[in-house]
Every structure is written in C-alpha cells, then in structure tokens.
Design a protein around this ligand. Structure first.
Ligand code: GLY
Length: 473
C-alpha cells in the first residue's frame, strides 16, 4: 500500500512564539525553584510552583522540560540545568513501589540519553525499567500500577511501557519487550470500550488474572471517560504501535484517538471528563489536550492513508492552536507555568484549574513535533514482516520496505539488544518514493550475526520506528 504524498503542512500554530514563552517561563522557574533537589509539580493560587521531592510521580517532567529546551536550542545552559535536576533523581531508578518509575526516569534520564548519548544515563534508564519489570505478573500479563486493591492497572500505565521497550533494545532484558506487549494487549482488551472510550482502572485477580472490577479514580464515574486517561491511551497505543508494528495497536490507537477528537468541545480542549455532569460549566484539562496533541502528531506519521494522516494531524493542529491562544497560554498571568487550566484530580478537589508540569512537558514536546512535522517528513514503514510469522530463516534475506513522502535523510539500521549497530541498511538523502532494503543476517564485516534478538531501527528526521527481529539459525 503506497501512502498518498503529504501536502505541505500549513503553519497554523504559532509554535515559535509559544516555545519562546516556554523558554522564558522555564528560565524563571529555574530561579524560582533554585534547588535541583526540588521539583515543580503544579501551581498554587498565587501562581507560584508547588514543589515536591524526587519521589513524586511528576518529578521527571521538569528535567524533561529542560532537556526539551536543550533539544530546541542546543544551549549549554539548558544542558547544565537539565543535567543538574536529572542527577538529583537518580535514586528513583530503584523505585519499585508503582508504575510511575517509568514517568520519572524516562522523561529525565531517557531524554538525557537521547540528546547526549551519555552511557551513564542509559544505565539509569535500564535500572528504572528493571524496577518496573518487578511489577509484572505473568498471570495477569500486566505491570501492576498501584499497591492497593487486588492488582490495579490504570490506563496511565500504558505510557510507561515505553521505558520497557527502550531498555529491551539498549542492554536490558529482551523479555521486557514481551511484558510491554502483553500489558498493551490486556489494556486493549479490558480498558478500551467498544466505542473507543476508556476505563481509568481495571482491577485483576493476581491469582487467576480474571478481571475483578472496573472503576475510575480521577474521572467522573465508572462508565464515564476521564479526559487525561483517554489522552494517555492515545499517546500510549500510538507509541506501542511505533515500537512493535503490530496492527492491533494501530487499530486501538485510531479508535481511542477518534473518540477523543469526536468528543472535543468547540475550542478543542476537553473538559476534565468527557461526561462531566455540568458541561459546559465544568473545568477544562489542558494537560489532556497537550498529551493527546503530541500523540496525535505521532499517529499522523504512522497511518499510511492520506485521509487519516490529514485527520490526525489537523486535529492536533487545532488543539495546539487553542493551547497557544491567550485562553490557555499563561503569558501575561501570574502563573509560573506555561499552560493554564489543567486539572489534576477533580474528584479529590486537588490541583483544579492550575498549571501542571506534565501538561507543560507534553505541550513542549507537541510543539517540537509540530515544528518538525511542518518542516520535515512523516515517513512510514511498511511491508515489514512482524512476528508471527518471524522473519526467518535468513537465507533469502529479510525485506524492509519504507516510503519517503518528502526528500529527507533516512537511516535504516539493525542493532543488537545492547543498542550496538550491527549493520546499516540505508543511510543518506532520499527523494520521495518507495524503497526496499534487505538484511541477510550478516554483520557489517560480512560475518553471520548469531541467533538472537535484534531490532530494526528506521529514522527519518526526528521520527523513528522500531521492529523486533528474532534471528534463529
Ligand atoms: N498519572 C497520574 C495522572 O495522570 O494524574
């Protein structure tokens, strides 16, 4: 299937202005917090940051914001600040008390490694993934989110599969990949409703894996749809498809994205719950909008038909345009944050109508993705053989097909489970078209690679997709 060529993206989002404002707010936050052992979480009534220590689930987002600013500017000051706050969270790699170790470590150390290739950062990410993996039950087929109830799994947890996927191909245990796939399949089965909406929490029997109950903690009611939970699902299933190429995850990503888009109010920013009882007199949650916008932008690069690509991209543009407007951008207000109008936990009446550090983090990520998309390419891998069937034996080679919608730099490489390069299949400037390369199971020097797990990594611009390969000789 050949995708329609992309039309040039209309630059409708004032991303540069919003990113400049983000730089300004984060610089001021560094001065306000002034201590890398303290982590901003949400704003208080006077607009200043409520601070927590590194144990909070939100701690990784501030260093994550600083890393994203380093990505944008290459400025050494951003790198220094990001490194300082990141270093102070290292102890969190050993946190086995909840799934949040993924948020904490991947947003801080994960971004640090992505942008600096410092091997010490990689080791911390692997340790964090190892901690998360201790929460995996082969009976339930999921990592456990919290320690109450029987075996609760919240929709948010799908976000933390990314650290397992990543670590499995950078020197961690390749079994973490299978755990992540299993968790995502269970989440698809039990959290996602037929109409594409989601439950917040599914409680499993740890002895049998049976579903004991479904409920919400941060949403309005069991059968309603908590907006941020839906946003986590949009982002998380999209990421899971990027990491696996399993079409079931693309189907689910589309389903939850369609629900999100189709239930947005006219300003494209959701209420804190899609079925909150007093809509339109309910609070909006800008964090849900930011998370979903980032996920939708990635989804638009993974679908292969032009109409879907346009739908998801333009939905994301509309959300971002609204978030960049004076209605949501904190410019000219007393807030130390970047986005106004986030909701942490409405039922508990905490962090209602405030700036949230994770809303700011995904907003910046979405803006950077937007800028890249508007000026870069949206590639798609296709024709790739996935398990099952395994792309083996290797006598005739394994074919990797990809398409390039706009002229760009492309790299297709095979890496081992330590992340070390085994073979580069393609590298260079590609003009628009459809291409295929073959891996015959050999290393760079022509000698045969041994049986084992490998990953094919496809990069174009800042976008990438990976596929697991099992080579059996
Ligand atoms: N992961 C917690 C929240 O989204 O509020």
């Amino acid at each position: 299937m050949l995708a329609l060529p992309l039309r040039a993206a209309p630059l409708v989002v004032p991303a540069d202005h919003a990113l400049q404002f983000a730089e300004q707010q984060l610089t001021a936050t560094v001065s306000e917090v002034n201590d890398p052992t303290r982590f901003p979480r949400s704003t208080l009534s006077d607009g200043s940051w409520r601070i927590e220590d590194s144990g909070a689930w939100t701690s990784g987002f501030f260093p994550g914001c600083l890393w994203l600013m380093f990505q944008r500017t290459s400025g050494s000051t951003w790198r220094t600040w990001a490194s300082s706050w990141t270093a102070q969270m290292e102890g969190e790699k050993n946190d086995t008390s909840s799934h949040d170790v993924g948020f904490k470590i991947f947003c801080s150390f994960g971004n640090g490694y992505r942008l600096t290739f410092d091997p010490a950062y990689r080791d911390v990410v692997i340790a964090g993934a190892r901690s998360l993996a201790t929460r995996y039950s082969p009976i339930v087929g999921c990592t456990r989110s919290w320690n109450n109830r029987h075996f609760p799994v919240i929709i948010d947890n799908i976000m933390n599969l990314e650290i397992l996927f990543w670590a499995a191909r950078h020197g961690g245990d390749p079994a973490w990949y299978d755990m992540a796939v299993s968790h995502a399949l269970k989440t698809r089965q039990n959290h996602v409703r037929a109409d594409g909406s989601t439950y917040h929490l599914v409680d499993y029997d740890p002895n049998t894996g049976a579903v004991l109950g479904k409920e919400t903690v941060q949403g309005y009611s069991t059968e309603s749809t908590w907006a941020r939970g839906q946003a986590w699902a949009v982002y998380g299933f999209t990421m899971t498809y990027r990491e696996t190429g399993d079409a079931r995850f693309l189907d689910t990503a589309r389903q939850v994205a369609d629900y999100f888009i189709d239930h947005l109010p006219t300003d494209h920013v959701p209420y804190w719950d899609f079925e909150a009882p007093n809509i339109p007199n309910e609070k909006k949650d800008s964090s849900a909008a930011a998370i979903a916008a980032s996920g939708l932008l990635e989804l638009s690069t993974l679908v292969t038909d032009g109409a879907s690509r346009t739908r998801y991209r333009e939905a994301a543009f509309q959300v971002l345009e609204s978030l960049c407007s004076p209605a949501y951008l904190a410019e000219g207000t007393t807030s130390s944050g970047i986005l106004l109008h986030g909701v942490g936990n409405k039922p508990a009446n905490t962090e209602v109508d405030v700036s949230l550090i994770y809303g700011d983090y995904y907003f910046i990520e979405a803006l950077l993705r937007y800028v890249t998309l508007a000026t870069d390419v949206a590639p798609a891998l296709e024709g790739y053989l996935l398990e099952p069937p395994l792309p083996n034996p290797f006598d005739s080679g394994m074919h990797v097909g990809f398409q390039v919608p706009r002229a760009c730099h492309v790299e297709v490489s095979i890496v081992d489970v330590r992340g070390a390069g085994i073979r580069t299949l393609a590298r260079g400037e590609y003009s628009p078209g459809r291409y295929g390369v073959t891996w015959n199971g050999a290393r760079r020097d022509g000698t045969p690679a041994p049986s084992g797990t490998y990953f094919c990594v496809f990069r174009a611009g800042s976008f990438h997709q990976t596929r697991k390969i099992r080579l059996i000789r």
